[in-house]
Ligand binder design. Structure first.
Ligand SMILES: [Ca+2]
Ligand SMILES: [Ca+2]
Ligand SMILES: [Ca+2]
Length: 475
């Protein structure tokens, strides 16, 4: 019966939708069934509009939907300064970057750069820390992540509760370069650099490393969270034994509350080991909300007023709330691919492999079986990432090492859903600091281990480049 449905379903879009809907009502569609269109297995959703990143996975049970919407509420709604009448929502600050997760992860999609000089830098984070120089300092980086700045800590918070001063305000200026493609087309690339406007403790000295980070889209993260370390390690090749120029390795990061180091998965440098810890770190660093994982307010020893400010409970975010938001970020559906049968898209898909993109943007995994997460288990997924660190060359380097990630290493970001970026937020900004204004620019910044891929694209014909971009747009 399914085979017949499949054959008929491709005749017209309308019929296809009806039949897909009918099959969905019969039960979850197995991940392997989907013609390669279900990037998130049964967590995929057939939506390509503004809400495409904000929807619950269709695989959730009724009870799970309840948890999802509780988490969604915590993600969307603003937090308030303590003490407030709503004790379950207070504790914002004393220092913060925003008052809600959605301020930066616009509609669960990625952030943007300010569109004119007076715009604030919301949806960006500016990380800072002291540059390691001695062996002891390098060891501190490997074991603790970074050496926090004595006054600014590890991240600039540009908002403060009344009575306190924000750490700093900065503007962005842009530095431009050009790439000439083989057919003579010249592409202008630009990157943002922060410029201090106002600082609470003076401009950070020359021995301070900084890193500008754009908020990424957060779909499908639970599917990546349950992958076994061994599945990811299978793609690591730290000494490039196979000689393809690509040598990914996992970051080794600290798990809150324990001494040992574990593999990192989240953030542009894979500096957080689990979705739960990533979320707790965001609550503390970005909103100033303490949680069971990070019970201390985010105040440096120098910031006396910060440490004396009223709090919204200890911790401010309960264990249940952290679980709810983690469930939410684990179960946002992955948009189904579009136009997969378009000849240009198929050509682009072949070029993606030929150019070596899939050497880092890994196409397929099967998620393991996890008893407590049946909806995420046993799914064939297409995240287009290996979750490993790669040296991406000098142009992308931030020169700020974090744990074992060097200043030029970055985690391969997942590409699923990337083709809907502009549909969801109305804007396009790619790469860790949002510097790329379209997908071609994002590719042209690749270097280091991705040098051969970039060279392939530089020397490709205009038609091949268009096909590669059309493929990315179909993800
Ligand atoms: Ca707080
Ligand atoms: Ca800070
Ligand atoms: Ca290799």
């Amino acid at each position: 019966m399914q085979t017949t449905a499949v054959l008929v379903s491709w005749k017209t879009r309308g019929v296809r939708h009806l039949l897909l809907a009918a099959l969905l009502m019969m039960g979850p569609v197995p991940g392997s069934w989907g013609f390669g269109i279900q990037s998130g297995g049964q967590s995929s959703i057939d939506r390509a509009d503004q809400n495409a990143f904000s929807l619950a996975s269709p695989a959730l049970s009724l009870q799970q939907r309840h948890d999802f919407y509780s988490g969604s509420d915590l993600f969307r709604s603003p937090w308030v300064i303590a003490p407030a009448s709503n004790r379950s929502r207070d504790g914002l600050g004393p220092l913060s970057n925003a008052n809600g997760c959605r301020d930066c992860h616009t509609l669960d999609g990625r952030g943007h750069l300010p569109t004119h000089p007076d715009d604030n830098n919301v949806s960006l984070l500016l990380r800072v820390s002291l540059r390691p120089e001695t062996d002891v300092q390098w060891q501190q980086v490997r074991e603790q992540g970074v050496i926090p700045h004595p006054q600014y800590g590890a991240q600039i918070q540009d908002f403060a509760n009344p009575g306190l001063v924000p750490e700093a305000h900065y503007r962005l200026r842009y530095e431009t370069t050009h790439v000439t493609l083989a057919d003579g087309e010249v592409v202008t690339l630009s990157r943002p650099l922060p410029e201090w406007v106002e600082t609470a403790y003076g401009e950070p000295a020359a021995n301070v490393n900084w890193s500008l980070r754009l908020a990424p889209a957060i779909v499908g993260l639970g599917l990546l969270d349950i992958l076994d370390d061994e599945q990811i390690a299978a793609f690591a090749d730290p000494d490039d034994r196979d000689g393809d120029g690509i040598s990914g390795r996992p970051n080794r990061v600290r798990q809150a509350g324990s001494d040992g180091l574990v593999n990192g998965r989240y953030g542009w440098k894979a500096e957080q080991p689990s979705l739960r810890q990533q979320n707790a770190a965001a609550f503390l660093g970005d909103l100033g909300i303490t949680s069971p994982l990070f019970p201390e307010e985010n105040c440096t020893p120098a910031a006396t007023q910060c440490r004396q400010a009223p709090t919204g409970g200890s911790p401010e975010l309960s264990d249940t709330q952290l679980n709810q938001i983690t469930f939410y970020t684990a179960n946002l559906a992955v948009p189904q691919r579009r136009n997969v049968r378009d000849p240009q898209v198929k050509q682009g898909e072949a070029l993606f492999t030929e150019a070596g993109c899939a050497g880092c943007h890994r196409v397929a995994f099967v998620t393991p079986k996890v008893v407590r997460q049946p909806q995420l288990s046993g799914q064939t997924i297409h995240p287009y990432t290996d979750l490993l660190l790669h040296d991406m060359g000098e142009g992308l380097a931030d020169h700020r090492p974090v744990f074992s990630a060097s200043g030029s290493e970055w985690r391969t970001p997942p590409l699923w859903g990337i083709g809907l970026t502009a549909t969801v937020t109305g804007q396009e900004h790619y790469l860790h600091d949002g510097r790329a204004r379209n997908l071609l620019e994002a590719i042209l910044w690749h270097d280091g281990e991705a040098r051969a891929s970039k060279a392939f694209v530089v020397s490709a014909s205009r038609e091949q480049r268009a096909a590669l971009v059309a493929f990315l747009q179909s993800l």
